[in-house]
Write a protein that binds this ligand. Structure first.
Ligand code: PLP
Length: 468
């Protein structure tokens, strides 16, 4: 047995030298090595791992260099105030939900949101009203919010205090955020945006607009996903309609009291790079990505999604959609066997995330590897995503936490209250959330997924957790 299993595992991985079409955005340090100041950070990275000594300021009460860096961040993104977060967008989503809402508030929230949003809703004891997401049967993938459903919900829930939206989702698909914000403003609702995948938005015309510029009240961005910043880093941006004192308190409450200067320095650098070089960098990246999308799309077994397929989509990532009967998971494995690291796969798609630090050669290799793919190896019985359904809530998610639960066979679960979220992958959208009644439609869908051997969290050996 190894004495250093984690270290050796990581070193083994880095020695594979895979092409990084996954997070983080600095792509194996290339983002730092692209500038003189970045090279200095790179070569001093362990030396800047210090504690709060004189002259280096304090993230929990910034009045020196951290304050200056956060002001530059705010100026660049055009927010009222911006924060560095050392615990990822996860901490940002929690801080944003806690500072924007009070216990018992009703919120309208996209059903396909990240689990940190579900957790925030639960811990803040909110009443969620879910907006259905659209699902593309053509691409067998979750799309953005169903606007008709959103409009009917807002009409029926004018007392809601706010709306929580993901912009973009993992597939780079964005809703019409401007429209959502305009609707919300009519009823004095706050708009909170999880833009974990959108820190680069707005730097180039070919990218979707920045959610801060579109007028969202609060926006969270994982700079580590797309910018030259270390994993676990994120930004929170706050607009006019928000109580800054509360945000200060909750940001501080959800962050470590020993924030890493390596992480903070990388956040300052991530902002610096995108501000100084981002427009040109994305100009070149999108040009190359478009050229290779056209080439790759000549291959007969797949289709890389484009703005002709989906109107508001991030062109700095590829969603490779496979022909019916071929598996996205198997394509991801094949790419890895050929030293290409993709970000994620589902039954029919593979997502690749690029940044300006990917080289043209990386795209050449991708094209070559895809052209050489033995399509026979990707064959798998097709699993089509079922329709979306949101069951009625009997209890709020937070009420479930301390209740006694038990596991029952799915055929005996009808009418019982769900004790643990049931989430099939794909599409990764909860079928039943804690507190919701497990109804016949939900059960039919669960059986469908079980029979089709789709990975489904919350179902164990055809058993489901219910409240006693
Ligand atoms: C939409 C979305 N929101 C939030 C998060 C959490 O981000 P982080 O990993 O920076 O905490 C993720 C992570 O993948 C995400 O996809």
């Amino acid at each position: 047995m190894s004495k250093l299993p984690l270290v050796e595992g990581l070193l083994r991985y880095t020695n594979e030298n895979n092409i990084p079409f996954a997070m983080p955005g600095h792509k194996g340090g290339q983002g730092f090595l692209s500038t003189d100041i970045g090279k200095e950070i790179y070569s001093n990275i362990l030396k800047i791992d210090i504690t709060e000594v004189d002259g280096v300021d304090n993230l929990h009460n910034p009045d020196g260099i951290i304050k200056e860096a956060e002001e530059l961040l705010s100026r660049f993104y055009k927010s009222r105030k911006s924060y560095f977060l050392v615990n990822g967008s996860t901490s940002g989503n929690l801080a944003m939900i806690f500072s924007a809402f009070s216990e018992g508030d009703k919120v309208i929230v996209e059903r396909n949101c990240h689990r940190s949003i579900f957790n925030g809703i639960l811990m803040r004891k909110l009443k969620p009203i879910y907006i259905r997401n659209k699902i593309s049967n053509k691409f067998n993938a979750p799309m953005s919010v169903d606007m008709e459903h959103f409009l009917s919900l807002i009409e029926d829930n004018k007392d809601a205090k706010g709306i929580i939206i993901t912009y973009p989702n993992y597939y780079g698909v964005c809703p019409d955020l401007k429209f959502i914000i305009n609707e919300a403003q009519k009823y004095n609702m706050k708009v909170l945006v999880d833009s974990a995948h959108g820190a680069h938005f707005g730097v180039h015309d070919a990218l979707p607009e920045s959610p801060v510029k579109l007028g969202a009240d609060m926006v969270v961005m994982s700079c580590h996903k797309t910018l030259s910043s270390l994993t676990q880093t994120a930004y929170l941006h706050v607009g006019e309609n928000v109580d800054i004192e509360k945000v200060d308190f909750y940001v501080s409450a959800f962050l470590s009291t020993s924030p890493s200067y390596m992480l903070m320095a990388s956040m300052d650098y991530g902002r610096y790079w995108i501000e100084e070089y981002g427009r040109k960098g994305y100009e070149e990246l999108i040009k190359i990505a478009n050229i290779f999308r056209n080439k790759i799309n000549k291959l007969k077994f797949l289709h890389v999604l484009d703005s002709d397929d989906i109107y508001n989509i991030d062109l700095s990532r590829y969603v490779i959609n496979l022909n019916k009967g071929l598996s996205g998971h198997k394509l991801l494995e094949y790419l890895r066997s050929r030293k290409i690291q993709a970000e994620m796969s589902d039954a029919s798609n593979v997502v690749l995330i690029f940044s300006p630090f990917n080289k043209e050669q990386d795209f050449e290799t991708l094209y070559k590897v895809l052209s050489e793919c033995n399509v026979e190896l990707l064959k798998e019985e097709q699993r089509i995503i079922y329709k979306l359904h949101i069951p009625k809530a009997e209890l709020m998610p937070w009420q479930i936490v301390d209740m006694k639960k038990r596991s029952v066979f799915i055929n005996e679960a009808e009418g019982k209250v769900c004790g643990k979220a049931v989430v099939p992958y794909p599409p990764g959208i909860p079928l039943v959330n804690p507190g919701e009644i497990i109804d016949k439609t939900a059960l039919d869908m669960i059986r469908y997924y079980v029979e089709n051997k789709v990975t489904i969290l919350g179902i164990d050996n055809e058993h489901i957790t219910v409240v006693e």
